[in-house]
Design a protein around this ligand. Sequence first.
Ligand code: C2E
Ligand code: MG
Ligand code: MG
Length: 611
Amino acid sequence: MVMLSLFPGLGYIFLGWMAGVVWPAAIWYGLNVLVSLRGLWLYHHFKSKLMGERELRRWCRKVMLFVYVFFLLWALIFVIYVRESSFNLHYIAIFTQIGATTVAASFLYPVPSLYRPIVPLMMLLLVIYFAGIGEWYGYVLSIFASILGGVLYYAASSTYSLLETTHRQAAHDLLTGLNNRQHFMERLQQMMMDLKETRGCSFLLLVDLDHFKTVNDSLGHAVGDRLLEEVAKRMRWTVPRDCCLARLGGDEFIVIGEEYLHTESCERHALELAEALLSRLKETYVVSGHRIYISASIGVRVFSHEEQDSGSLVREADIAMYEAKGAGRDGVVLFNEEVSRRVELHLQIERLLHFALENDEIRLCYQPIVDEEKCIVGAECLARWTSGTLGEVPPDRFIPIAEQTGLIIRLGEHILATAFSTLSKWHEQGLKLQQFSVNISVRQLLHHDFVDHVRMLAERFLLPELLNVVVFEITETVIAAEVRSVVAAMDELQHLGIHFSMDDFGTGYSSLSYLKQLPVKELKIDREFVRNVCDDGESQALISAILNIADTLGLMVVAEGIEREAEYLFLRNLGCRYFQGYHFSHPLDPDDFQRLMIPAHDQGLYERNGT
Ligand code: C2E
Ligand code: MG
Ligand code: MG
């Protein structure tokens, strides 16, 4: 636009000189140069600087002023030249005005507040001029000028609506009408720039629906889509107008909060909004005749003007959201240093666990299981990982990660092979056990060639009668999800002679319903109940109930985590017959376990306990 103004402008000085109005033309051109320089400066300023929202708004105002003045100058040259009939300058003025109006309509259409006043006003000058001629052709030209003005205005308006529709489609999610991921990222970057200016802070709330997949799978995608629309509507009602609400994809939504001056108030508002969203989203939905209940997990990331990378902010909100899922869903977790450290450790464990087997860092310990006379009757194999980088990593930490990543299959194979070879070696050396327990994760049990693999290892390491002492411990909490496939795998393994024990009994869901279906021969009472058994009436009642159930179903019971003589005596009085815990022995290396068994052997205890 500036170029369109400066070069033809020189021609107008020449025309002005011919028509004897050189000074007004020169002054006009001078003003034109000044305005153009201002325009170039504004353009350069926009290109060289990343602006926050507020600064951008200020810049826009300056540009608007520049455009008004720019077209005002062109209207001015029209007014000056249209009165000059020498050299027919008025024809040039008329053409200039039509040209300037066309330029306004075709350049200013993206900004209604510019083209809406400028196009009609520029044309109005022509309409008035033609009407002022006072001849019939003047009136006709005046009408034509009005029509042309209308056409140009219409063209600008429809191009603007087309632009707006395209922009809306590119920035919004089609299903919910909320902002989409791309637009959200732009808004986030904008917010980060604003914060640099104000030195304030804001927050991100990453909202993920819990078990949304179940709705999709059980009620169909159409119902899932309606539910998402409804969720979006509720979120729109709950989130303040100044916040940016977007759908990142699937059942994941994100909110950019308002701006705050202090972190504490920002954090408080973020948590309040998160809680409000949780309770709003939890209210029952009625979608296509189905009553649906769904909760959400929310990760909160508060950020200040010091943050540089928008991508990592979203990732950290995501990490916090996963922490909320891990903590049982339907909750809010604020991302902080501790969460970050936990996640870092989790990732490190995940990475190093891949090399743990190659580097031979996994070994097995064996914890004695004793009978009511404290004689060793069995052992439980417990995995130990001594990482070169992290030191000792407890199995409660690395086993769940191995399960999530699928590494449990290779790890489990290694554990089973080591356990079977130890059992076989002990047997050859005359150490005989009634029971030899190995913990098996359900993911392992459900793996398609687990049974074949166990058969292969048994053939390689164990005499057929030795398989009868092997007990696989399965954790009760995880069985619930896939009872049928679990039972099928257990049946096959039972045919090989392997027995089953239900580990951590009492901590899972209502196990009674499938306790009957599962071919288990033993229950292990979780140490959680044992710890409080001497003083806590509830734990006592629970253990009595478990012992009664086991009695009715003909199951053995092992009480885990006995740390004191009093616990052992108490449980023995309640009727428990097998025990395991630090009170008798910590988990031991194979050699130490053997050494512990030999005195028992010498005292004749082992013979009594042997098969
Ligand atoms: P679990 O199967 O319930 O194992 C018993 C846990 O209780 C062991 O912890 C054991 O060291 C601990 N324990 C035994 N007596 C006492 C006591 O008197 N007091 C206390 N406070 N604790 C006691 P560990 O070895 O850390 O294993 C934790 C869990 O990791 C196991 O719980 C099991 O679920 C899992 N795990 C361990 N090894 C393996 C494995 O080879 N495969 C699989 N899939 N899971 C394993
Ligand atoms: Mg166990
Ligand atoms: Mg246990």
